[in-house]
Design a protein around this ligand. Structure first.
Ligand SMILES: [Zn+2]
Length: 336
């Protein structure tokens, strides 16, 4: 069938209407899209920042919609269900990672922007194993980014095994960071936000963040040496990462879910000197974690601070994101 979408047809071109052919396979569902997000990560794909974008590119890796057709082997989803799709759209479900419930590490996985067209479209066809039922309380634009940035944050924080009362920090309080910070706050951690954007602090206080440190202020960083158990990096900005390792307690962990532009470098002695500090990273999360997150988000009201744009304003939204002038989260209304 013909899918109507919006795409960047070639590198450096603007967004235009685009149609592509795809049929509903026996394990697939056809979803009529209601909302999709536009993230800074979409701009990186549009601009081929990581070098692996396939054009034509239909952006958006987080979307909500309603199932309008399903393949004959689909029995986990019904026609009329309100569902969500995130960055990962398929995996082999047979390899060791898949069998261990870590299908986000599958070598044969398929993801939006590299293997699949995204959610900036009237419809999308996705394997039903990677389609998630959205609880009725969450069927609003501010919850769309749970599917990507929410999952990435939730999975990283879950695997950190943080204990009650641990001192935690979040570096970068943009779209990804403000969702991660809410998850940490809702788990009763005292969260320090490392941000140099003062205009954001009023809104960040509203979502429960009480403590702020400017990561560019060396004196403030020095004063807090050795005081953090866990620091989650959600930014693509480059900082002097040795300063952040120095902020960690002897068994502290600096964990990257944002990907800074340049190589990370620091003296190895900072990991080992009277300490067992670690630096780590992670990528999205599993299907099980997505289901856990949706329940957790409903209970704790984890949501993105969102501005909704109409489809006619999508080029404006891309330009706002490219210039870093946007609200925390942008969602495009496709058909509501
Ligand atoms: Zn696999």
């Amino acid at each position: 069938m013909e899918i109507k979408a919006w795409a960047i047809k070639q590198y450096k071109q603007g967004l235009t209407k685009y149609t592509y052919e795809k049929n509903v396979g026996e394990n697939d569902v056809l979803i009529q899209i209601k909302y999709c997000s536009l993230l800074k990560a979409d701009i990186f794909f549009i601009d081929n920042f990581w070098g692996d974008t396939k054009y034509p590119l239909v952006p958006s890796s987080e979307m909500f919609g309603v199932v309008v057709k399903k393949g004959k082997k689909v029995n986990n989803i019904k026609i009329g269900d309100y569902v969500g799709v995130g960055y990962q759209t398929d995996a082999c479900l047979k390899c060791t990672s898949c069998r261990e419930g870590k299908e986000q590490f599958c070598n044969k996985q398929r993801v939006i922007a590299i293997h699949e067209n995204g959610g900036l479209a009237k419809h999308i066809i996705v394997n039903s194993n990677f389609v998630y039922l959205i609880p009725s309380n969450l069927q609003k634009p501010e919850y769309v980014s749970l599917l990507g940035y929410g999952l990435t944050s939730y999975s990283a924080i879950k695997h950190a095994n943080l204990k009650k009362g641990m001192a935690v920090g979040v570096v970068g309080l943009g779209n990804l960071g403000h969702i991660a910070a809410q998850i940490l706050v809702s788990k009763n951690h005292t969260v320090t936000a490392f941000t140099h954007t003062e205009e954001k602090t009023t809104q960040l206080k509203k979502i429960g963040i009480r403590r702020f440190i400017n990561p560019l202020n060396e004196k403030d960083l020095d004063k807090n040496k050795g005081t953090f158990d866990y620091i989650l990096v959600t930014t693509y900005h480059d900082y002097d990462w040795s300063k952040f390792i120095e902020l960690l307690k002897p068994e502290g962990n600096l964990h990257f879910i944002g990907l800074p532009n340049k190589n990370i470098s620091f003296p190895a002695i900072l990991l080992a000197d009277y300490a067992r500090r670690t630096v780590s990273g992670s990528y999205i999360g599993s299907r099980k974690e997505m289901k856990e997150l949706l329940l957790f988000a409903e209970k704790k009201n984890i949501r993105a601070l969102t501005q909704v744009f109409s489809i006619s304003e999508v080029s404006k939204a891309i330009s706002i994101l490219r210039n870093n002038k946007g609200p925390f989260n942008i969602v495009i209304k496709i058909s509501v």
